[in-house]
Unconditional design. Structure first.
Length: 390
């Protein structure tokens, strides 16, 4: 499953979101055409590469002519409802403006639909919100998540004076979302638009296990020297075999080695990712062996129970670790009509590894040595990958 993960370690705003999306490869032409599609007037889109703490980021800015009047949130909702965008984008953009109206209305004591935005701010918000949501749609991800959100510190200048960070409307929009506890971010890091985007796009914290396949950086306006003022969006895929794991280990000297294989099978059956054993010298000169098991965090207790049940150990050591893995997928090769699964690893050069149990079963069915079967399957798998027919 392909997912997107917002990393607002330095906060989030609409223009930062758009910059990160362009950094991930969305075409600038899409963003340049957006004001015309939405009918918001003569707006020029400026995109450039900038550096934030040495990191190359995309910086997006809209040049919006100043107008003497403004727009109510209800007008912006109607504009979005008429826009030539998908129902998926429209639903979330309308909800984002409703949330902004509700937050500003609570702060200023007016009905949400009567909240007034000056023209430049209104057009900028439409482009940021619709663009941010449609950009996620164009990435082709199935789900969106976010890491803890930096809100900044200090004070922000508003129409009615200086306000503490986060500003009142932003704080309301962030209700229910996990915030970063501390950090170097100065001033206002997260804007109402950025908070609204997270509210309508993100399902919360990311899954336990995932693998990064791409990343993009969108720059904010300020350029402090001691941290990158930029939003990072990670594109990832689910990785059931990667991430945080629990290592279990025990030493035994009173168990016959012939029972190690049933122990291994029980541990794998309970969800262990890997089981290893090797000889060790124990106290008083006794010979024993160590059992070390790697298990997913959520299955550690079940695997531990099987370790006690199928061995003579009286105690198990446990510690946590992070496991990094190469991108991988599986294909199936047919050898003389027998199906054999093959693991494909991509570490710069493609590597293939036939599944051991399938090789043994195929060797028995075909009357061939397992090593010959493995070599033939590796050859056929490489040929399929080279032809792009996997």
């Amino acid at each position: 499953m392909r997912i997107a993960i917002f990393d607002p370690a330095a906060g989030i705003s609409g223009d930062m979101t758009l910059g990160a999306l362009l950094s991930l490869g969305l075409p600038v032409s899409w963003l340049e055409e957006l004001p015309g599609r939405l009918g918001v007037g003569d707006v020029r889109v400026a995109v450039r590469d900038v550096r934030r703490s040495g990191i190359t980021c995309k910086k997006v800015a809209f040049e919006i002519p100043e107008q003497p009047h403004g727009r109510h949130v209800s007008e912006l909702v109607r504009l979005v409802e008429r826009a030539p965008i998908s129902d998926w984008v429209k639903e979330r953009a309308v909800r984002a403006f409703q949330l902004v109206g509700e937050a500003e209305g609570r702060v200023h004591g007016v009905a949400p639909e009567k909240v007034h935005l000056h023209e430049v701010g209104a057009v900028d918000a439409v482009l940021d919100i619709v663009g941010g949501i449609e950009g996620i749609e164009r990435l082709g991800v199935e789900s969106v998540y976010h890491l803890p959100i930096a809100v900044g510190n200090g004070w922000v200048v508003a129409d009615h004076g200086r306000l503490p960070v986060p500003a009142p409307a932003t704080a309301i929009l962030l209700e229910g979302l996990e915030l970063a506890a501390a950090g170097p971010v100065e001033g206002e890091a997260t804007t109402p638009t950025g908070a609204a985007l997270l509210r309508v796009l993100s399902a919360g914290g990311p899954p336990d296990r995932w693998r990064i396949v791409g990343s993009g950086w969108g720059a904010g306006d300020r350029d402090p020297q001691h941290y990158p003022n930029a939003l990072r969006i990670l594109v990832a895929e689910g990785a059931s075999e990667a991430g945080r794991v629990v290592l279990l280990a025990t030493d035994v000297d009173d168990m016959s080695p012939e029972y190690v294989e049933p122990l291994r099978q029980a541990l794998v059956g309970a969800g262990a990712l890997d089981v290893q054993t090797w000889p060790v010298q124990m106290k008083k000169g006794r010979q024993g062996f160590r059992v070390e098991v790697m298990a997913p965090e959520g299955l550690a207790d079940a695997v531990t129970a099987e370790l006690f049940r199928h061995s003579t150990t009286a105690g198990v050591r446990r510690w946590f670790a992070e496991r990094a893995t190469l991108p991988r997928h599986q294909l199936t090769v047919r050898l003389d009509g027998v199906a054999i699964r093959v693991k494909v690893l991509d570490g710069g050069s493609v590597r293939v590894k036939p599944e051991y149990d399938d090789v043994l079963a195929a060797a028995k069915a075909l009357g061939r040595p397992p090593i010959d079967v493995a070599r033939a399957v590796e050859r056929d798998a490489q040929a399929l990958i080279a032809k792009g027919k996997e």
